[in-house]
Design a protein around this ligand. Structure first.
Ligand code: PLP
Length: 445
C-alpha cells in the first residue's frame, strides 16, 4: 500500500535506501549501477559526496530561508559569481529557481518583458523544434515540440511553432556533408521566421545537444553559429536550454562553449545541484539586461524559492567539486571510452542503428533494420521493455521514444556521473547488452 501518487498507478517502484557514487541500493538489498545520474542526468558528481552534504548542513545551521525580494545571501552571490565567471562572455546575471521547468518558464517571461520594455509587444511568438522537451509547466509545454506529451493539455496552451531539429542520423541527406546538413537545418529557422513575420517572433529556444527526446543528438558543426546569425539578423532572442546537457555533461561546463556561440538566455538545472538540492537557473545576457529593466526597473516574474540559500549552498559545493576534482577532464576521457566500448560491443548488432553523443551524454538509437534505419513498430513499446529488463540486470538506463513525421525512433540515453570509473563503464556496457538482448528476444518471439 502506498499513499504516494506514483507516475504508474499500479506499480510502486523499488524503494531506495542508500546510494554512493554510481551505485544505489534498494530496501531488499538489491544494488543498481546508475548509468543515468539518478535517472535524468542529475547526480553528476555521483551520490553522497560529503563535501556537498557538509556544505548543506552548514548552511542549514546559518540560515535556511529568506525571501529574495528582501535579502540576498552569500551562497546565492557566490554561486552566481562562479557561474558567470565560467560562462561564455556576454552572460552576466543569474536568476535562480527550483528546477528546469521553472527555469524555462522564467526565461519565457524574461523574453516577454524584454519585448514589452523595448516597445515591441507584438513579438509574442516563440519558435522551437519538433520533438523537443522544455519542461512540464504549461508555458514550457506550449513551446515543447513533443506533441504526444502535451496533447491532452492543448486547450490550455499557447500556440507553438516548430522547425525540424538538427538530427543527422535521420535527416542528413545522401551526399550531404555534416556541415552542409547543419547549415540546411539551421536555415529552416529563417524560413519559419519569414513565414510567420519576424516582427511577431520573440525568441527561438533549443537544446544544443538534445537529450531525452532524441537520445543525445548533438547539433551538426556550424548549426549553432548559423542559428545565432539568423536570430541576430531578425532581432530574435536566442534561448539555449542546457537543463540536461549543461554543467559539464558534454565535457565543457556549458554545452554551447565548444561552438563559441552565446545565447541571450541560457537555462540550466539538473547537474547544477547534482541532485543534492532542487535548483535551476537562467543566465541572462547583457544585451537584454538593460532593456529588461528599462521601464519599471523590476522583474515582473518571481517565485517564493528563488535563490534558496540551502539549494545555492549545495550547488556551489557541487561546482567546487567539479572544479577541484577536474571532473570535466574525466568527462571527456570516460565519454570517449564509453562511446568506444559501445561501438565495439554493438559493431555488428542488427538493432543498434546509431551510437552518438558528447562527453558523458551518450545515446543509442534502436532500429528494426540497421541498413534501412527502419524504426521499430511503436506499438511494441520497446523502450519500456528495455528499461524494465536492464533494471532487472541491475542497471539504470533512460530509454525513450519519439516521432518525427510519423517515423518513430527508440533510443536509450546514458548519462553516468562524471566520477564513473573505467571498470564501471565496462560493467554498464555489459549489463546493458544483456538487458537489451533480453528485450529484443521478447519481441522476436
Ligand atoms: N528542459 C530539458 C531539456 C529537460 O530535459 C527537462 C527535464 O527533463 C526540462 C527542461 C524540465 O526540467 P524539470 O523536470 O527539472 O522541470
Amino acid at each position: 500500500m502506498t499513499c504516494v501518487l506514483h507516475r504508474n498507478v499500479s506499480v510502486t517502484p523499488p524503494s531506495i535506501v542508500s546510494a554512493k557514487g554510481v551505485w544505489v541500493t534498494d530496501r531488499d538489498g538489491k544494488t543498481y549501477l546508475d548509468a543515468v545520474s539518478g535517472g535524468a542526468a542529475v547526480s553528476c558528481i555521483g551520490h553522497q559526496d560529503p563535501r556537498v552534504t557538509d556544505a548543506i548542513r552548514e548552511q542549514l545551521d546559518k540560515v535556511s530561508y529568506v525571501h529574495s525580494s528582501f535579502f540576498t545571501t552569500n551562497p546565492a552571490e557566490e554561486l552566481a559569481e562562479q557561474l558567470i565567471r565560467q560562462a561564455p562572455k556576454g552572460l552576466s546575471r543569474v536568476l535562480f529557481c527550483s528546477g528546469g521547468s521553472e527555469a524555462v518558464e522564467a526565461a519565457l517571461k524574461l523574453v516577454r518583458q524584454t519585448w514589452v520594455e523595448r516597445g515591441e509587444p507584438q513579438r509574442t511568438r516563440i519558435i522551437s523544434r519538433r520533438q523537443s522537451y522544455h519542461g512540464a509547466t504549461l508555458g514550457a509545454l506550449s513551446v515543447g515540440g513533443n506533441l504526444a506529451r502535451s496533447e491532452i493539455y492543448k486547450p490550455m496552451l499557447f500556440e507553438g511553432h516548430w522547425i525540424e531539429p538538427c538530427y543527422s542520423y535521420r535527416l542528413q541527406q545522401d551526399g550531404e556533408s555534416l556541415e552542409e546538413y547543419g547549415l540546411r537545418a539551421a536555415n529552416l529557422l529563417e524560413e519559419a521566421l519569414l513565414e510567420l513575420g519576424p516582427e511577431t517572433v520573440g525568441a527561438f529556444i533549443m537544446e544544443p545537444v538534445v537529450g531525452a527526446t532524441l537520445g543525445c543528438a548533438p547539433a551538426a558543426p556550424g548549426y549553432l553559429r548559423r542559428i545565432r546569425e539568423i536570430c541576430d539578423q531578425y532581432g530574435v532572442l536566442l534561448v539555449f536550454d542546457e537543463i540536461m546537457c549543461g554543467m559539464g555533461r558534454t565535457g565543457t561546463l556549458y554545452a554551447c562553449e565548444e561552438d563559441g556561440v552565446v545565447p541571450d538566455l541560457l537555462t540550466t538545472a539538473k547537474g547544477l545541484g547534482g541532485g543534492f538540492q532542487p535548483i535551476g537557473a537562467v543566465l541572462v545576457g547583457d544585451r537584454i539586461l538593460q532593456d529588461l529593466y528599462a521601464g519599471s526597473g523590476a522583474l515582473k516574474h518571481g517565485f517564493t524559492y528563488m535563490a534558496h540559500p540551502v539549494a545555492c549552498a549545495g550547488a556551489l559545493a557541487v561546482q567546487k567539486v567539479i572544479h577541484e576534482d577536474r571532473l570535466l577532464e574525466k568527462v571527456q576521457a570516460r565519454g570517449a571510452q564509453f562511446i568506444q566500448s559501445l561501438r565495439e560491443e554493438f559493431a555488428e548488432h542488427p538493432h543498434v542503428g546509431d551510437i552518438r553523443g558528447k562527453g558523458l551524454f551518450v545515446g543509442i538509437e534502436l532500429v528494426a533494420d540497421r541498413s534501412a534505419k527502419t524504426p521499430f513498430d511503436p506499438g511494441l513499446n520497446l523502450n519500456a521493455t528495455v528499461k524494465r529488463l536492464t533494471l532487472e540486470e541491475g542497471l539504470m538506463t533512460y530509454p525513450g521514444g519519439g516521432t518525427i513525421d510519423g517515423r518513430r525512433g527508440d533510443h536509450v540515453v546514458f548519462s553516468p556521473a562524471y566520477t564513473v570509473t573505467e571498470p564501471e563503464i565496462t560493467e554498464i556496457v555489459s549489463r546493458f547488452s544483456k538487458g537489451l538482448n533480453r528485450a529484443l528476444e521478447t519481441i522476436n518471439q
